[in-house]
Design a protein around this ligand. Structure first.
Ligand SMILES: [Zn+2]
Length: 263
């Protein structure tokens, strides 16, 4: 497990909040480990159940294969395994959870059978690990945020499963906001470009002396545009006397542009 030892003085940063939570995750897992440990070594009242789960947990911590006796052995094993060789990415940056199983050069001591068992065991929980060989290690990983959520839930780290879900929702809300902001600014670009073209046409009509001979309604529209560069066509229509629709202004602007270009 990677330890994040930096101190988080700034409480406002979202990413630091996530890091703190990831640290807490470790604490929670350690607490669970202690709980299991105390069950294992404690009085006989916890019975065989604690014993088998404790053995499974310890096997996980040592990256060894384990027999799952009761229905909770699997959870305990994967908690141990996660503490031993698991890691999870900051969901702000990306969705990635992995186990990097140690492998030695000795082919008899390969982690390949363990990797196969791990994959099969988790597939029973509808969690499907992908596999890759990286620097003599068998790396088993999850890339889908839903699968990572499922895994965290499975190992009783529900809190972080929800945290990941929440981060994902926040990210998607932010993306939507960005998209609509981009859309708005693209529209504004388009509008200001059109407005600049209209201004150029009106200026050229003025310098050629044709402006004064324009029909009254075109002159009014042109004057409003000249004085209100940022106005939308809708707003020019509303500011006209008498007020007209946007499509009437569109029509007038076309006429103005046509007269200006016909020079
Ligand atoms: Zn058990």
């Amino acid at each position: 497990m990677k330890h994040v030892s930096a101190s988080y003085s700034c409480s406002c940063s979202y990413s630091n909040r996530v890091k703190r939570l990831l640290e807490n995750k470790e604490n929670e897992l350690n607490e669970l480990a202690e709980l299991i440990e105390s069950e294992r070594t404690g009085s006989s009242s916890s019975g065989e159940r604690g014993d088998c789960c404790g053995l499974a947990f310890n096997a996980g911590r040592m990256e060894k294969r384990a027999d799952f006796v009761c229905e909770n052995c699997g959870r305990a094993f994967f908690r141990g395994l996660f503490l031993a060789c698991g890691s999870i990415s900051d969901p702000e940056i990306g969705y990635h959870l992995e186990f990097a199983l140690a492998d030695s050069d000795n082919p008899n001591n390969s982690s390949k059978p363990l990797a196969a068992e791990i994959r099969q065991s988790l597939s029973g929980e509808n969690i499907f690990l992908k596999s890759v060989k990286r620097r003599k290690k068998h790396v088993l990983y999850l890339k889908s945020s839903e699968q990572i959520e499922d895994f965290l839930y499975y190992i009783n780290a529900e809190k972080f499963s929800f945290e990941l879900m929440q981060t994902k929702i926040l990210k998607s809300v932010r993306n939507d906001a960005n998209r609509s902001r981009n859309f708005e600014s693209a529209n504004l670009d388009k509008m200001s470009r059109a407005s600049a073209e209209q201004l150029a046409a009106i200026e050229s009509l003025k310098s050629s002396g044709k402006f004064e001979s324009l029909p009254k309604e075109l002159k009014q529209t042109a004057e409003i545009r000249l004085e209100n560069i940022e106005m939308s066509l809708q707003e020019i229509g509303e500011a006209s006397n008498p007020a007209v629709t946007k499509s009437a202004i569109v029509h007038r602007m076309k006429k103005i542009m046509k007269i200006a270009n016909s020079e």
